[in-house]
Structure formats: C-alpha cells, structure tokens
Design a protein around this ligand. Structure first.
Ligand SMILES: [Mg+2]
Length: 459
C-alpha cells in the first residue's frame, strides 16, 4: 500500500437535487426530491433539506411523500446531469490519467499517477483546488476524501459531507476505522451486517479481533478474507481508469454479401442506433466507439475511436462509426458489420436510471406515433414532466411545477434570476413549448468559445 494520501475520492453533494436547486432559484433552501414519480418510483436523490424529514435515496416515492408532503417532487433530467458530470470529470482528468468514475457524480482519482500530488501537503492542496474549480465551473459543491487507499478515501469523503474535505493521515487508518460500524466497509450490505451482528460483531475493530478464520467460517472464503483485510485497513485495489472488459455491441451477418457502399453506410448507421438503444437501456455511456467489418474473404477488421468523454448520444456514435467506416475498404463485399461502445462508465444508480428513463417521455425522433386500430396515427398528447424546462412566447423561460386535469403550472425563473412567478396554462397552449435546460453558471463570451471548441473535438 502507498504511504501518502494520494488517492482522491470525489462525491458531489446531493447531486441531482443540487443541480435542480441551482437551476431553480425558488427551490434553494427547500426540500427537493428527484426520482421516478410513477406508482413504483423511488427517490434518486434528495436535498439535505429533505433528509431532515427522513427521506433518503432508494426510498419508495410513496413513503417520501408521506414524510415530506410539501417537498418539490421532480422528474430527473439526466441529459443535464450528464453534461455537468462531464464538466466535473474533465476537471478530474486534468489531475490524472487514472480516473475511475463510479457514477455520474462520484469518482476515484490517483493523484500520484498524474503527478498532481506525492505527499500529504500536495494532496491536500490538490483537493482544495479541485473543490474550488468544481464550484467555479459548475456552481455546485462536492466533497473530497484523501487517503492512501480507495476504501479510506471513500470513507473520508463521506465524513467530509456536505461541502468539505477530509484527509486521512497514513498510519491512523486502523484507529479511525475501529469504532465504526461494520457497514462502513465496502461489501457489507444489510444481509452481511445482520449475519455479523448475530455473531456479536458490530464494529470494524470486532471484525479484526474475531480473526481471519472466524470471518471465513462466518462468511465463506472469498468474502471472509476480503473483509478481514479491509478491517485491518489493507486495501491495495488500484484506481482503474476504464473498464475495458465492458462493452455494448451489436452485429449483423448478411446472407448475401453487401457490395453497395451506400447500403453498407446505412447498415452501420442502423447498427449504431441499435447499439445506443442498448447502451441507454442499461443506463450506460462509453468513450470508445468500435466498428467491426468482416469482408467477403472472411478477413475481419476492427477500427476504434476514443472520444474525450463518455457518450450515449445517437448522433455522436453514428458519426464516429461513419468516420471509422471511411477508413475501411469494402470493395469485394461485406458479410458482417458490427458497432460497439466500450470504455463504459457504469452508474451505481443504474436501476433508478432505467426506471426513470421508462417514465421519461422520449424525444420525438425516437418515438413512433402510436397507431390506432385502423392504422391511422393519432396526435401524441403533450406531456409536461415536473421539473422540466419550458419556453413561453411571452413569459420566457420556466419550468413545470405541476400538471393535471388539462392544466400545467409553470414557474418562470432562470438559474441567475430571482425566484420567479407562477402561472397556469392549458396543456395544449400553443404559446408553451418544451425547452433545453439553461447552463447553471453563465459563461463569459471567451469561455463559451473555449468550451465549444472542446465539445466539438470530443464529439
Ligand atoms: Mg453524491
């Protein structure tokens, strides 16, 4: 194990809820709950003001409504969260090539590998600077943990919450861990916790005292060994930049070789779309786009391109796949094509994500108009998800506070305005239309040009 606290764990504070509060001035300082609002919905994130009522992530939404009936209940806006996550991850990648995202708002960084820190003092400095930079770029707060291992860096950031920094000095780990509940250790869920409690083990120190043999007897070989090592603060797990083994890909084999170059390009586009649907369905995004081509003579080529940040954007994947195809000679015919995305960031809130996606109205490009019995298409009824942005021709930018019974209530405010006024419209009011979220931090013109350049090169 290393001897300097150069592993950093960043965890943004109440991320989704904080984004909503930053973008909606009237919700600052209020209880905000973001999650699936359907009958089986669960809380994805809630603001600290909502936690006071006992609301927490993964709680059924119905229970949250009983505990905090007056909170603001909002449907997640993953596109916005992801774009802010990209900004944060970019700051982390500037510190080190070894950045391991755990979710949209959480990541490990190996500061030593990037030369950003080598001892306690430099690590502390890097952590302090990072928090300042995150605040300047996103307007949000994140908590930082610094330690000599991943386990302790994560424990440190938990202790730092909200809006703080904790550094665990090497050598003090065991004393710190000892009195903590067993659930503090990674891999100890409710079931293992119960199991240990029945054996009279409730703290980390008691795990260490029980000894390795007892742990193995209680929990089995793999789990027992691992837990005993963790209790002694032994954790050598490296920060892993990308999970190369993980990828999502789709391919098609053709009965008859395809010769027509335009047809090949169309097939690649179709495969890219299918791949993105799979990716999104799993709540994933990836950085490396891969094209696979098997030619008439069974020679197989793969070409790949790595973007600056993860994407699940259909247009981005399509374009990358098309560029890759440009570099492949297909004269003579093609018998198999495949498109994949690897270098995936997998999000711990995957289930919440998938659920919320199911409830989210899909964009018009992805949704086919429903067909009635006679095959004619019906107009799609307009939906106004709570919390989503709208634009009114007269009143400007706002967000949906609620809708029902043919009415939609909109609060007109923007991230840098004062708390705005509320107005109610008919759901089919032609003056009202869905809008894109506004940036949380207004950019100066020179910065805007800069960031655009970055976005372009990453796409
Ligand atoms: Mg967080």
């Amino acid at each position: 194990m290393r001897t300097a606290p150069t592993i950093l764990h960043l965890d943004m504070d109440a991320f989704f809820a904080s984004v909503e509060q930053a973008s909606k001035p009237s919700l600052r300082g209020k209880a905000v709950i973001v999650g699936g609002l359907g009958p089986r919905g669960v809380v994805a994130t809630c603001s600290y003001e909502a936690r006071v009522f006992g609301v927490h992530s993964a709680m059924p939404m119905a229970q949250a409504r009983r505990l905090a009936p007056n909170a603001a209940y909002l449907v997640p806006r993953f596109g916005l969260y992801r774009s802010i996550s990209d900004q944060v991850m970019r700051l982390l990648r500037a510190l080190s090539p070894l950045v391991e995202p755990l979710s949209l708002d959480e990541a490990f960084v190996d500061l030593e590998a990037g030369g950003a820190a080598w001892d306690e003092e430099s690590a502390l400095l890097a952590g302090v600077r990072l928090r300042t930079d995150i605040r300047a770029v996103t307007g949000l707060t994140g908590s930082v943990g610094l330690a000599a291992s991943k386990m302790l860096a994560k424990i440190a950031s938990e202790q730092a919450k909200p809006d703080g920094l904790v550094l665990i000095e090497p050598g003090t780990e065991r004393a710190l861990l000892g009195p903590m509940p067993v659930r503090t250790l990674p891999g100890v869920g409710p079931a293992t916790g119960d199991h240990l409690r029945r054996a009279g083990i409730t703290t980390v120190e008691e795990i260490a005292e029980a000894g390795e043999d007892e742990l193995v007897r209680l929990l089995g070989k793999a789990h027992g060994h691992a837990l005993y090592a963790m209790a002694l603060a032994r954790d050598d797990r490296p920060v892993v930049a990308e999970r190369e083994t993980k990828s999502v890909s789709v391919e098609d084999t053709y009965d008859v070789d395809i010769h027509d170059r335009i047809r090949v390009a169309l097939e690649v586009q179709r495969l890219a779309d299918r791949c993105v649907r799979r990716l999104r369905g799993a709540g994933l995004s990836g950085r490396t786009i891969v094209l696979k081509v098997r030619r008439y003579d069974f020679s197989t080529l793969t070409r790949s391109e790595t973007l600056r940040g993860p994407t699940d954007d259909q247009a981005v994947v399509r374009e990358a796949a098309a560029r890759l195809l440009d570099s492949v000679d297909t004269t003579g015919g093609v018998r198999l094509l495949g498109v994949g995305v690897s270098g995936l960031a997998d999000y711990t809130q995957e289930d919440l994500f998938a659920q919320a996606v199911g409830e989210r109205p899909e964009g018009p490009a992805e949704e086919e108009a429903p067909e009635s019995a006679d095959g004619a298409t019906r107009p799609v009824e307009r939906r106004w998800p709570a919390g989503h942005d709208v634009l009114h021709t007269e009143h400007g930018h706002g967000w949906v506070q609620g809708s029902g019974l043919g009415r939609v209530t909109v609060r007109f405010e923007t991230p840098d305005s004062v708390p705005g006024r509320v107005r109610t419209f008919r759901t089919d009011d032609p003056a009202l239309e869905p809008a894109d979220p506004l940036p949380l931090v207004a950019r100066r013109p020179d910065e805007a040009a800069d960031a655009e350049g970055q976005d372009r090169s990453s796409a």
